[in-house]
Design a protein around this ligand. Structure first.
Ligand code: ATP
Ligand code: MG
Length: 285
């Protein structure tokens, strides 16, 4: 039987979460001692471990069928691959930063400046879109040192909390794109491999849905049921069961993490009691 070959970052910010995702999708890997390659035990999948920069090209060339990369690498490398699924982790943005002492009045202030980056393509597109001409200096690492070393006036790099910028005396002034981990795929997969990919995506979606939802149980006086049910759409509709005590019901449903506290407050106001919230392990929608 054929195997789906997935490329994952060998060591870096995407590695652990990507392997965790596979694990939660029920894929157990037998790790070789050198860990350049491993095979799944109960699923037709093989993992190869690469530098993230190389993954888009390997997927384009069919060396790997799919890969997990930051959306920033996907856009920067501009390879012939499909964006198949957004994974929601390793969120960051690609931003321009300037020395914090510098006055900044808008993107036009970058005209003629030297900007250091590891993402020249994304930066050049951003500058062109804004009608700004600047010099783009490609550096492969420690870009944030550029201004203090006197080799750049500004930088264009990944920002998440912004603490690296602050500790290098920089401030973020423009956001060019937002990024998260994504699955990319070779566009010409054979049907058997495509079927394995669909099975994998089905599992991954169940894991992702579970992580953004909670199971909720509560007790409701029957005369308040209508208001309470209106707050809880559930997957199809909530389950209502009678309690042993006359006039009360137990209500079970599923809640989105995002709206969670808002809904809990409204439920309490509507007379719900004994609210229990339970994590969901997998959710098949
Ligand atoms: P490699 O050695 O594989 O080339 P790298 O040093 O280029 O690794 P990492 O720093 O491990 O890359 O980052 C990998 C990806 O994780 C980035 O392309 C980006 O999508 C995301 N990322 C980077 N920094 C952060 C951050 N601070 N917070 C969240 N996500 C980030
Ligand atoms: Mg890299």
């Amino acid at each position: 039987m054929k195997k789906l070959r997935i490329a994952i970052q060998k060591s870096g910010r995407l590695s652990e979460k990507s392997l965790d995702l596979l694990k939660e999708a029920g894929i157990r890997l037998n790790n070789g001692s050198r860990k350049l390659r491993s095979e799944a035990q109960t699923f037709p999948l093989e993992v190869i471990y690469l530098r993230d920069d190389d993954i888009p090209e390997y997927v384009q060339d069919g060396v790997a069928h799919i890969g997990i990369v930051g959306e920033n690498e996907f856009v920067e490398k501009d390879c012939r691959v499909e964006l198949t699924e957004r994974l929601g982790y390793s969120r960051c943005r690609l931003s321009i930063a300037v020395p914090k002492t510098e006055e900044y009045g808008g993107v036009k202030d970058l005209e003629g400046k030297r900007i250091a980056t590891s993402y020249p393509l994304i930066l050049k597109k951003f500058l062109a879109k804004n009608g700004v001409k600047a010099q783009v200096h490609v550096i492969s690492g420690s870009v944030e040192l550029g201004p203090s070393l006197g080799i750049a006036d500004a930088i264009f790099d990944i920002v998440s909390s912004g603490s690296t910028l602050i500790s290098n005396g920089l401030k973020e002034v423009e956001v060019a794109m937002r990024s998260e981990a994504v699955i990319i795929a070779n566009p010409d997969l054979d049907p058997e491999i495509r079927k394995i990919l669909d099975d994998l995506l089905f599992r991954i979606r169940a894991v992702m849905a579970a992580s953004t939802h909670k199971y909720i149980l509560l007790n409701a006086p029957n005369d308040k049921l209508k208001d309470i049910l209106a707050l809880l759409p559930g997957m199809r509709s909530p389950t209502v069961l009678p309690l042993a005590e006359e006039g009360w019901s137990s209500v079970h449903s599923v809640l989105k993490e995002k709206t969670f506290w808002e809904v809990i407050d409204q439920l309490k106001e509507s007379g719900a009691q004994g609210i229990l919230v339970i994590p969901i392990e997998k959710m098949i929608i």
